[in-house]
Design a protein around this ligand. Sequence first.
Ligand SMILES: [Zn+2]
Ligand SMILES: [Zn+2]
Length: 351
Amino acid sequence: MISYQVVEHGKPLQKVVFEKPKPKGTEVLVRITRSGVCHSDLHIWDGFFDWGGGKRFYVKDRGCVPPFTLGHEPFGVVEAVGPRAKGVKVGQKRIVYPWIGCGKCAVCKAGQDNYCISGSRYLGVNVPGAYSTHVLVPDAKYLVDAAGVEESFAATLACSALTAYSAASKLPPLGPKDRVAVIGCGGVGLSGVAVLRAKGVKGIVACDIDPGKLALAAKLGARETVDTRSPDAASRLSGIAGAIDFVGAPATAALGVGALRKGGRYVLVGLYGGELVHPLPPIAQRAIGIVGSYVGNLQELKEVVALAKRKKLRPQPIETRAAEGANAALEDLKAGRVFGRVVLDFGTVAA
Ligand SMILES: [Zn+2]
Ligand SMILES: [Zn+2]
């Protein structure tokens, strides 16, 4: 098998050849054909998250020590199954749910693997991911059938669409006139617009600093677009029922929280970094909610896939590139040159 690995944080990924693992017990070996490139890959590549005030959280402190394989939007074909793997056959095409917990703790047993505290096995975050020809999955229950959904789009459902879907579920109940801001129209933000449309939300206000990304958001169904650098950005957003912040920077948080109507909710998704400083009394007086959202659970992925199968969820622009272009894809994403999602084609990589 061939993987593109972080060998040193911030340096180009390297192509590494390994012996293929043999699935044991309930394990399943998936031959990856598509692997999406996500903004959070950039943080793991860099090796840290910016906590603001000069503080950093280093990914090595949660076990992500190079050499390490990124990639948490996996799609592929079942190549081999362990002796106790159930409900799956060699040759079946599947999305791999990447946010795999320990499988034993109370939250995992309740189907909330993405909240697991005692031993996360998130693909491409804690354990080797999908910038690779093969991924070893601990159990077939983490494989989701996306028959009829184009393969590159299917790969992006595992993080960008799932993350947007789970975040949207944390908005307050919305009336027909309510407006919701989508802050940041990169790959996950554009999925946010598509997910809100699929859920029947009409008053979507797309916010970004890039007119090209705002135009894509409008095409996907945003009713209004706001350049967040314009002086009237705050007044145009004022009175929104909800904001989903796919950037997660001090300026976007201040904009989103500050524009909420009473009872509104700000959902933080983006991991750009920094800290939030906000007066306490108005949080109570205006009864606003500030809530974080991290990826999504397996059931939510199945719901997202069902929306895509029924063509309710429209794909954002997706560019499928050869896997050899993994480094250029990360560089382009870092420089803000990616419109929608880049998905790497591992299907043509000889393994
Ligand atoms: Zn992601
Ligand atoms: Zn767990």
